[in-house]
Design a protein around this ligand. Structure first.
Ligand code: PBG
Length: 323
């Protein structure tokens, strides 16, 4: 039935009508809040390129975790900035490392908050790459063992979900095996499955102090033009035991969020990354766009595309507004 009988504007006339036929609703439950944890006490080190985001020492991270949970957000994902870096990133699997300490403290003080950890070596290596270097490139198979050790150490500290973000081949299987052999069969893996070598990670690397000292991440992270390959990455991660798969970044890859959700029907996370946050904040602070509306619009689009979970630096603030 077409015009003039069908008039789609009829259901747009009032705010209440629009509410009634709204197809996608954002809720605090959709979000995961990233936190950057650094050594020390009472340390709050703002990230210049991410206004409103700071590295926090464990004591302040616990407070922030509490405030995030109170805003209705069910989960945080932790990134560690270690006191010392070395060529293998050995602080990544230190049981007294900054992330391991943060896991224990947050679980002790906010037990119902789901604590996720990013499992990667780039924050811990002195060269800033996501694995060990051999002949000028990251050595895949030697890195797997270290990632498994790191994930095991997080799980022993009490983490609820581990999230490998390194993009080595076979790392989900290696981590699953290590967890299962150590009576940690119940710990889920959220795999950064379709993770692209993106310009939008720039501000994060300031936040996590993880900029590569040479080269870039293109020999392990995906090439942005490739969509079919993203589906292959997801399929492999699911075969290896991933419980949740992720597409990252979100905004330039909405097609892949949609394809992954349609093809696999599994829980899909999308990472609204640092550069996506920085763009909106910068334009907002300049008065160039309505920051709150732009944020809600973007997060709604990510959910509409098919994401069940959205990792976003806006999580706590948006959750408060939605409440
Ligand atoms: C670690 C990691 C990165 C991000 C999440 N985990 C950086 C990178 O791969 O360079 C990016 C998150 C963001 O930009 O918000 N490998």
């Amino acid at each position: 039935m077409a015009f003039p009988i069908t008039r789609l504007r009829r259901l747009r006339r009032t705010a209440t009508l629009r509410r009634m036929v709204r197809e996608t609703r954002l809720a605090p439950d959709d979000f995961i809040q990233p936190l950057f944890v650094c050594p020390g006490r009472d340390v709050r080190k703002p990230i210049e390129s991410m206004p409103g985001v700071a590295q926090l020492s464990v004591d302040l991270a616990v407070r922030e975790a509490r405030a995030t949970f109170d805003a209705g957000v069910p989960a945080v994902i932790l990134f560690g900035i270690p006191a010392h870096k070395d060529s293998t990133g050995s602080e990544a699997w230190s049981d007294s490392g900054v992330v391991q300490t943060a896991i224990r403290e947050i679980k002790a003080h906010v037990p119902d908050l789901t604590v996720i950890t990013d499992v990667c070596l780039c924050e811990y290596t002195d060269h800033g790459h996501c694995g060990v270097i051999k002949d000028g490139d990251v050595d895949n198979d030697a890195t797997l063992e270290l990632l498994a050790r790191e994930a095991l150490s997080h799980a022993r500290a009490g983490v609820d979900i581990v999230a490998p973000s390194d993009m080595m081949d076979g790392r989900v299987g290696a981590i699953r095996k290590a967890l299962d052999q150590n009576n940690l069969v119940h710990v889920p893996i959220m795999a950064y499955s379709a993770k692209f070598a993106s310009a939008f990670y720039g501000p994060f690397r300031e936040a996590a102090e993880s900029t590569p000292k040479f080269g870039d991440r293109r020999s392990y992270q995906m090439d942005p033009p490739n969509g079919d390959e993203a589906l292959r990455e997801v399929a492999l991660d699911l075969e290896e035991g991933a419980d949740i798969v992720m597409v990252k970044p979100a905004l330039a890859y909405l097609d892949l969020i949609y394809r992954v959700k349609s093809e696999f029907g599994c829980p899909v996370a999308a990472y609204n990354v640092s550069g996506e946050y920085a763009m909106i904040r910068a334009a907002g602070l300049n008065g160039w766009l309505d920051e709150e509306r732009a944020t809600i619009e973007v997060l709604t689009a990510i959910k509409r595309a098919g994401a069940d979970l959205i990792l976003t630096y806006f999580a706590k603030d948006v959750a408060r507004k939605l409440k």
